[in-house]
Design a protein around this ligand. Structure first.
Ligand code: MG
Ligand code: ZN
Length: 218
């Protein structure tokens, strides 16, 4: 019997993540790992963000899902190059999956690569994909207690997007509790309050992403 320890898997992931990072750097591509629960509104946010990024940045997308291609079809409809990864049961993306998907993208033509991870707040946090930035999407309908329950993923993120702000009046979600949690977990994290369906807060997020991307390696 052969036993592969979690440590070995994470070491292999770290090597693949470094290869991805080198490729992104060589191609001048800024890479973002977009995280969040199932139904937090990652794809809807991505669509809104892509509509606001129509400036000089050429975006590409990798969609991670356990099965299907519904999210990739939504991105393709916007005319943005997209590759769908089906993890076939795995509940997170790893750097090797991203490395394989990148082979199907023309990296040289891109400035920005947005990776929508599998909807999961647990093990997605442990797998570096080679990204320069992690953004976590937290919807008002999920509850502000996610920061207490899943600290690791918030600790590793540079921005939190509170999504579905249009639903706020119908929930007990308290944005102040998010700010309080982040002061401990990730004090430098930027916070955006967004309603993608109402196009509120998206332009601000797009400007921040564009500024981070253009400050990357030059
Ligand atoms: Mg999605
Ligand atoms: Zn997983």
């Amino acid at each position: 019997m052969k036993i592969v320890t979690a440590r070995k898997i994470l070491e292999a992931n770290e090597l693949a993540a470094q290869r991805n990072r080198n490729r992104f750097h060589a191609a001048g591509v800024f890479c973002i790992n977009l995280l969040g629960s199932p139904g937090s509104g990652k794809t809807t946010l991505l669509e809104a963000l892509l509509r606001h990024l129509d400036g000089p940045l050429a975006p590409g997308v990798i969609e991670g899902d356990i099965a299907g291609s519904v999210d990739a079809e939504r991105i393709e409809a916007l005319g943005v190059p997209v590759v769908q990864i089906n993890t076939q049961g795995a509940c997170h993306l790893d750097a090797g999956m991203v490395e394989a998907a990148v082979a199907d993208l023309h990296l040289q033509r891109l400035d920005l690569l947005l990776i929508e991870n599998v909807g999961n707040l647990v093990c997605t946090a442990g797998f570096d994909l080679g990204e320069q930035l992690r953004i976590i999407v937290l919807s008002t309908s999920e509850g502000h207690d996610k920061l207490i329950k899943y600290p690791a993923i918030f600790r590793g993120s540079q921005a939190v997007v509170v999504s579905k702000m249009d639903l706020l009046p119908h929930t007990d979600f308290d944005p102040r509790r998010v700010a309080e949690g982040l002061r401990v977990l990730s004090p430098e994290a930027a916070v955006f309050h967004v309603s993608a369906v109402r196009e509120e807060g998206v332009a601000e997020l797009a400007r921040w992403v564009a500024a981070r991307a253009s400050a990357r390696s030059d």
